[in-house]
Design a protein around this ligand. Structure first.
Ligand SMILES: [Zn+2]
Length: 395
């Protein structure tokens, strides 16, 4: 089948097509050329969400205009699909294997081998909002409403082509409904912070509910046998929040209920009593409240020599140096997971403006390969962004 014939097949299946740029020997067919950050992986039309199409004439015209065009498929309600994107470079294969082992495999559903050794599993859209989500688990992303995926027979920057797995093209198998366990996981991860916010505000004046939210998200078990460890880490994190540290443990029940509710799909012991009992047991025994007494931490870091990452980047300002050291500590604290930091909190800690902190965290640090931005926070830096500290000392 020619690329155009494939595109027309998608249209017949109700999948809206988006023309995309193509990797070239010089990088990307877009204006950025060699400087393009995602060669061949972005739409050619800026209004692609509106212009994605199932119209034969429109599709034919695109291929006349750009014979070498890559193609994408718009995800979400417009095509009645959502896509689970498995990226092996970030451990997606392992994450999915773990989820499948625990919950049963994904049902047969249209599946693409991306040219980058990953997979796209096309699932039926559940009919309610599905947000795009990077890092559902390590290496697992969701492409939902207003998103898109690059589709066969597009060229991947690796030189390989995107291809349907045998027997798994959308005209061979219908998109399967999203399994319950995956829906739960998505909802747990994308559920608004408002519930946590209300819960934490009900307990104390804690305004920084993003911290509570982060504590919940970062300690949720990912598979069986992690409940105990998860609840202990959660207690540790909550204890590290100044406003919570000295509360009588019974006051914390609503927060623990939040954690339990969201952990439910991944734990064997379903009774809240058990979780609550473990939490109460852990609370007075915590010796190192979990890394969230940031003010104290920053104070300590200030006395330490310049972090090698800050030195390597040539930072001379106090706030940049401190923020590098702080991010390194936060990463250490969250092991191989990501960590959360809001520009507002960062600004307060190092004594700069939120705008400046935002520019340092989301600009300088990303450009200088100190941080990877895993998920951008919202509300102009009030809600924490999710980062990974990626700087490594040269060998
Ligand atoms: Zn490009």
């Amino acid at each position: 089948m020619t690329p155009l014939e494939l595109a027309l097949k998608y249209a017949q299946c109700g999948l809206r097509v988006v023309p995309c740029h193509t990797p070239t020997s010089a990088g990307c067919s877009c204006a950025k050329g060699p400087a393009c950050q995602s060669p061949g992986k972005h739409p050619r039309l800026s209004a692609w969400q509106k212009e994605s199409s199932v119209d034969t004439r429109v599709l034919s015209e695109w291929f006349r205009r750009w014979p070498e065009t890559n193609i994408g498929i718009a995800t979400g309600t417009v095509s009645e699909i959502m896509v689970l994107d498995v990226d092996p470079r970030h451990g997606g294969l392992d994450s999915l294997k773990r989820l499948e082992k625990q919950n049963g495999g994904l049902p047969p559903t249209p599946t693409v081998s991306t040219g980058g050794r990953g997979f796209h599993h096309y699932l039926k859209h559940p009919g309610r909002a599905v947000k795009n989500k990077i890092g559902l688990l390590s290496g697992l992303d969701i492409r939902g409403d207003a998103g898109f995926v690059v589709a066969p027979p597009s060229l991947h920057v690796s030189g390989a082509l995107y291809a349907w797995r045998p027997g798994r093209a959308p005209w061979e198998v219908q998109p399967a409904p999203c399994p319950e366990w995956l829906t739960c996981r998505i909802e747990a991860e994308t559920s608004k912070t408002s519930e946590t916010s209300e819960t934490s505000k009900a307990i104390c004046s804690c305004e920084d509910y993003a911290t509570v939210e982060a504590a919940i998200r970062e300690t949720l078990p990912e598979c069986e046998g992690q409940r105990n460890r998860g609840i202990f880490r959660f207690a540790q994190r909550i204890r590290g929040i100044a406003e919570f540290a000295d509360l009588p443990v019974n006051k914390l029940k609503p927060v623990v209920q939040q954690w339990h509710k969201r952990a439910l799909p991944f734990i064997d012991t379903k009774a809240f009593d058990e979780t609550w009992s473990d939490f109460r047991y852990a609370w007075p025994r915590i010796q190192h409240p979990g890394g969230f007494d940031l003010a104290k931490l920053v104070h300590r870091l200030e006395a330490e020599p310049v972090h090698p990452a800050a030195a390597a980047a040539g930072y001379e300002t106090r706030e940049r140096r401190l923020l590098v050291a702080l991010c390194a500590e936060l990463q250490k604290n969250s092991g191989d997971r990501t960590f959360y930091l809001s520009s507002h909190a960062a600004a307060k800690l190092v004594g700069t403006s939120p705008r400046q902190a935002y520019r340092i965290l989301h600009g300088d640090f990303i450009e200088d390969s100190i941080l990877e931005l895993v998920e951008k926070g919202i509300a102009g830096g009030r809600i924490a962004s999710r980062f990974r500290f990626t700087w490594r000392a040269p060998e």
